[in-house]
Ligand binder design. Structure first.
Ligand code: URA
Length: 212
């Protein structure tokens, strides 16, 4: 009989973020736990109006145990600051909570999580969203969008559009900051577009909060 790959058996029935975070450390819902250093759970205030969802922890995040502390996180923080989004007030997490990588000598090279890992980890993301009940969930890149909007969602076509979502009032997707870092010849242009998306997000959060 096939073994079901899912975090569900590890996810406690609670809305307490601290309890969820503690429980996540033991998760063996897919194979990624075997090689990663630790689970990197989301971080931020439990009453955040916005949740930003990335792909998976990178090398730095895996070592430190915190999301978005490496190069992508630094770029994200800079762009958020420019767009008027206070990172301290925003909960930041990932679609997949263990680092997936391949070893090349001493280096650990990021490997993209597949559909099985994304769906196995979705119960943690759902639990975080159910606990926080944000106004807006922001998908950073295709993996987060796939987890929350399905495999047919295309960032290029749907970027910056706001959608209703069962786990938040609205959802919007933009690029992952690593995509900007990977395009040095288009850096300025891509960075400006990213900040423009984040500005629209800041404005929408104020609107949603005012609507109640
Ligand atoms: N990239 C992500 O998607 N998440 C992180 O936490 C770090 C890099």
């Amino acid at each position: 009989m096939a073994v079901k790959t899912s975090a569900l058996p590890w996810v406690p029935v609670t809305k307490n973020l601290g309890a969820l975070r503690d429980a996540a450390q033991a998760c063996q819902g897919c194979d990624l736990f075997a090689h990663a250093t630790q689970v990197v759970f989301g971080e931020g205030p439990p009453d955040s109006k916005v949740i930003m969802v990335g792909e998976q922890p990178g090398d730095e995040e895996d070592r430190q145990g915190h999301p978005f502390v490496g190069p992508s996180g630094k770029l994200l923080g800079k762009a958020m600051h420019e767009a008027g989004l206070d990172r301290e007030k925003i909960y930041v997490t990932n679609a997949v909570k263990h680092f997936k990588f391949v070893e090349r000598g001493k280096r650990r090279i990021h490997a993209k999580p597949g559909g099985i890992e994304i769906s196995a980890c979705r119960p943690w993301l759902q639990a975080e969203l159910a606990s926080i009940e944000p106004e807006l969930v922001v998908c950073l890149g295709a993996t987060a969008a796939q987890s929350l909007m399905g495999r047919d969602f295309r960032i290029t076509a749907q970027r910056g559009k706001f959608f209703p979502h069962p786990w938040a009032k609205q959802l919007v997707a933009t690029v992952h900051p690593s995509a900007i870092l990977r395009a040095p010849d288009r850096y300025d242009e891509e960075y400006e577009l990213f900040v423009r998306d984040l500005r629209a997000i800041a404005a929408r959060v104020d609107e949603l909060a005012a609507r109640g």
